[in-house]
Design a protein around this ligand. Structure first.
Ligand SMILES: C[S@@+](CC[C@H](N)C(=O)[O-])C[C@H]1O[C@@H](n2cnc3c(N)ncnc32)[C@H](O)[C@@H]1O
Length: 350
């Protein structure tokens, strides 16, 4: 063995609470070992890497009004924060089924919930799309409560390998399940300028949709495939240099956010699966069953509102939210990801 190999390999020094590189955040990525450090990060209003802070927990638990022995469905398991609250409310009675399409996070969350003492008797993780809720229902029977907390988790956004964020270099992927379908990079090779502009408008109300679609397609036509998050950000930024200097930086950031959102919705068929799920909910809810849905952009909220209203008119729901509930100021101040959240609910007729 040469001297180089014998040398003790030192761990990368932890650079305070804000190490630049995701993989250097080993304290945050092991919260069970470094709970004090992780608590400090949360106190400062940040979400530790590898973790997700559940939104509107109190409001959701009030709506769901869980009683011992009930059966529930969490459509979006994520980090398991909401599921854990449901399991605690059931207090080792009843059962929670939870779906998630993410094959990377689902096993970790299952292990975490098992370590809280919730075995197969109380909790069933289902690696599936929530639009297949009727398949779960075939074995579970009717649900007394259902929750969907739509979109992506902080773990997915923060992991540069998943390609969800324009803030870090990574493959332009954006799939919730990287084993299914095509990545956002591949999608851009297979779309016309007009289709792309339409997608940016429809999925994110992007005001610069035409200009950005033209810039993206011409970059690809010049033989420069857009395969990374930072390459897409650069193309967007170059296309928006005509904007007034005073607000340009902020406008580019917002445009990147909207364009990444539009692509994510597209590659994961988010509107189609949400529509299918909403159609099925009243048919899998028990009489007096409660459903709560947390959305993060206007397109999602519109779909939920329309579905709840339509089934209310038909008499399948006996009560629905008049207005969406928004997270408290306090929650928005301590968790910026809560700011765009809207919560709607409905109660199945008897
Ligand atoms: C906002 S996170 C949920 C966080 C969770 N409520 C918590 O407290 O930790 C959304 C999760 O839903 C999953 N998801 C999104 N769309 C889905 C779908 N159509 N079917 C199943 N899971 C989905 C994502 O993979 C992600 O893990």
């Amino acid at each position: 063995m040469d001297q180089q190999e014998q040398k003790h390999k030192r761990r990368v020094r932890y650079k305070g609470t804000h190490p630049k590189n995701y993989k250097e955040k080993y304290k945050e990525l092991a919260p069970e070992k470094y709970s004090d450090d992780v608590e400090k990060i949360i106190q400062k209003g940040n979400t530790p890497a590898g973790m997700h802070r559940s939104i509107c927990v109190k409001e959701i638990m009030t709506i769901l009004a869980i009683k011992p022995g009930e059966r529930g469905f969490d459509a979006t398991l994520g980090y398991g924060g909401h599921t854990l609250e449901m399991l605690k409310a059931l207090n080792h009675t009843g059962h929670v089924y939870a779906t998630d399409v993410d094959p990377i996070e689902l096993p970790k969350t299952t292990e975490r919930l098992r370590s809280h003492g919730f075995d197969e008797k109380y909790f069933t993780p289902v690696p599936s799309n929530f639009c297949k809720i009727d398949e779960v229902y075939k074995t579970s029977g009717p649900f007394d409560f259902i929750l969907a907390d739509l979109g992506v988790s902080s773990m997915q956004i923060d992991n540069p390998d998943r390609g969800f964020s324009f803030k870090t270099e990574g493959p332009l992927d954006l799939r919730l399940n990287p084993n299914v379908g095509i990545s956002a990079a591949e999608r851009l090779l297979d779309i016309t300028k007009d289709e792309l502009a339409g997608m940016l408008m429809e999925n994110a109300d992007e005001p610069h949709a035409e200009i950005i679609a033209r810039a993206i397609i011409s970059e690809i036509k010049r033989g420069r495939k857009i395969q990374t998050t930072t390459h897409l950000k650069q193309v967007i930024s170059d296309a928006l240099q005509f904007l007034p200097e005073k607000t340009r930086k902020e406008d580019i950031k917002k445009t990147c956010q909207r364009c990444f959102q539009a692509l994510r919705i597209d590659v994961n068929n988010e509107y189609e699966v949400l529509y299918e799920f909403l159609e099925k909910i009243p048919h899998v809810l028990a009489p007096n069953g409660r459903v709560a849905i947390l959305t993060f952009h206007s397109g999602e909220d519109r779909l939920v509102k329309k579905s709840f209203k339509a089934y209310f008119k038909e008499g399948l729901y006996k009560e629905i939210a008049d207005e969406p509930i928004k997270p408290s100021m306090e929650e928005c101040n301590t968790n910026s990801r809560a700011r765009s959240a809207k919560l709607r609910w409905a109660i199945k007729a008897e």
